[in-house]
Design a protein. Sequence first.
Length: 214
Amino acid sequence: MLELGLKILIAYFLGTLLGSLILGRLWGVDIRSLGSGNAGATNAMRTQGKGFGLLVLLVDVAKGVAAVLWVPVLLLPGVGTDADVSRQWLELACGFAVILGHVYPVWFGFRGGKGVATVVGVVGALEPRLLVPLFASWILVVLLTGYVGLASMLAGATLVVAVHVLEPDNTPLLTFCVAVTAFVIYTHRGNIARMVAGTENRARRLWLFRSRAV
């Protein structure tokens, strides 16, 4: 169990390397003091432009990929490989840990992003086929509603359905996707409150019905 614990910890610390805050320091800005106050790629793009936002997105996606493909196979001196630890569950545990690190980074006062970009990286590394329904549902919801947060939450729900279709007997992956979807909804609780209150920002350039907005 030492291998499991150490690799989960490594994945968590990998997750704490937030693209927006690291790059923000190079830019001389703190994303958390701008826009929505969130340290994710969406707020970075809204406040600092597409180039900055894209770099943040790439960093946050890349660490999700690394947590699944690199951390589980990492050879730790004096630890070795624990035969009692399922390799699939180890990958999933590292995947969830890197998302937790992104949302609650110890180096930044536990104030991070909402984890969506990192979820994309993790899912893409675990099962690339799931990215198709994930992106399709996200784009569709944004086009119809303009709400990025709602699109992210419903994309998570779509992910669960997609696992049922593509990997019907993969209980570990299904469990992971259910847990991740619940967590993404939790991180978007503020967006839910603003949508109910009618104060949530919309992605007006993508929203098909922006001309009807008051």
